[in-house]
Design a protein around this ligand. Structure first.
Ligand SMILES: [Zn+2]
Length: 95
């Protein structure tokens, strides 16, 4: 489990570096909204679209919710539910 998380963290680091070189800016103000607010929900949908375009492995991405903490590969619908119900892991603002 710990080794898996370490491998995933290394993968995230590599993906983030690649992503940053692509220079894609997204408006992230929605991340500070209430999780049941329409702006937050639409922001999550945009994030998922971005993640699955740039960071997907098979049909999954690492879920950045508070419970998974980037250690679980999940499909889009599961990531969306996790992010709306549990929120993003603290200080998750860069991708
Ligand atoms: Zn999750």
């Amino acid at each position: 489990m710990l080794l898996n998380c370490l491998v995933h963290l290394i993968y995230i680091f590599i993906c983030l570096r690649v992503t940053l070189t692509i220079v894609i800016e997204m408006d992230k103000i929605w991340m500070d909204e209430d999780r049941h607010n329409e702006k937050f929900i639409n922001g999550v949908k945009g994030f998922i679209q971005f993640a699955f375009t740039h960071l997907a492995k098979a049909n999954t991405v690492l879920c950045p919710c508070r419970k998974c903490v980037n250690c679980s590969w999940l499909e889009a619908t599961d990531v969306q539910v996790h992010l709306i119900y549990d929120g993003f892991v603290t200080n998750y603002k860069r991708w």
